[in-house]
Design a protein around this ligand. Structure first.
Ligand code: ADP
Ligand code: ADP
Length: 232
């Protein structure tokens, strides 16, 4: 089975004559260990698709599976647990808690899930992300790139089957952005992670194994092993 499977997803916002069809029948399977980027113009449905795949929003019709778990069939409690444990999130605005240290921010998802940290995994994630000497810093003592690396570590800490990233480099300069993308790619290669990333930046998308292009709520094209030229 794939890590994420979407079948004929549609999403309609609003009612009556204010209806907007954000997704018009999207089917997509993301194999385990793939780094996929979703690109498309503003308003093409990228965020909506990501939110539906991640269980943050409900599609109007169609199905989403994370591994073998059908999102629609899950009771609220199991959906919450799946969100906490089987998926990780990285947002454009890092969403770190300002009063907690980097280490406390990274461990938060485990705390919420009532799980103990696996020391080896924690060390691997922190090493991979180059955060070993930043663990006691608060977010405001870290650069934007470092904050996003903490956010990536937080997303990885539960060993989720999929990490969803929504414009993860949107608030970073190009150098920090490139660093964060290299680390997402390294987490795919070295930790076997699956990553689904939304971006409108062709350079960001060129780090992915596969790029899916959305337009007007539909998948209109895709490429594998993109070069920046292809994505542009
Ligand atoms: P993208 O991420 O590609 O910019 P979105 O998924 O944000 O696209 O939006 C797709 C379409 O759905 C757009 O027309 C947008 O205005 C509309 N839309 C998104 N979210 C909402 C919402 N909460 N309510 C109404 N319309 C929405
Ligand atoms: P992006 O293009 O990165 O998706 P947007 O600025 O379009 O960002 O959307 C930011 C938030 O506003 C999203 O949560 C989206 O669902 C919501 N949104 C987008 N378009 C609309 C809309 N027309 N009406 C209500 N909410 C919207």
């Amino acid at each position: 089975t794939a890590a994420v499977t979407a079948t004929e997803l549609t999403k309609v916002y609003g009612t009556g004559n204010t209806r907007v069809s954000a997704l018009r029948g999207v089917s997509l399977a993301v194999p385990h260990g793939q780094f996929v980027a979703i690109m498309g113009p503003s308003g093409s449905g990228k965020s909506t698709l990501l939110h539906c795949l991640a269980g943050l929003d409900k599609a109007s019709s169609g199905r989403v599976r994370i591994g073998t778990a059908e999102l629609d069939g899950l009771a609220d409690g199991r959906l919450t647990r799946l969100r906490r444990e089987a998926v990780g999130f990285v947002f454009q605005s890092f969403n770190l808690l300002p009063t907690l240290s980097a280490a406390e921010n990274i461990l938060l998802p485990l705390r919420l899930a009532g799980r103990r940290p696996d020391g080896d995994w924690l060390d691997r994630v922190i090493d991979l992300l180059g955060l070993a000497d930043r663990m006691h810093h608060r977010p405001n003592q870290l650069s934007g790139g470092q904050q996003q690396r903490v956010a990536v570590a937080r997303a990885l800490i539960t060993r989720p089957s999929v990490v969803f990233a929504d414009e993860p480099t949107g608030n970073l300069d190009s150098r920090s952005g490139a660093e964060v993308l290299s680390l997402l790619r390294a987490s795919v290669r070295e930790l076997g992670q699956t990553v689904v990333m939304v971006t409108h930046d062709p350079r960001a998308a060129s780090y992915a194994d596969r790029v899916v292009f959305l337009a007007d709520g539909r998948i209109v094209d895709e490429v594998t092993d993109p070069t920046p030229e292809v994505v542009l």
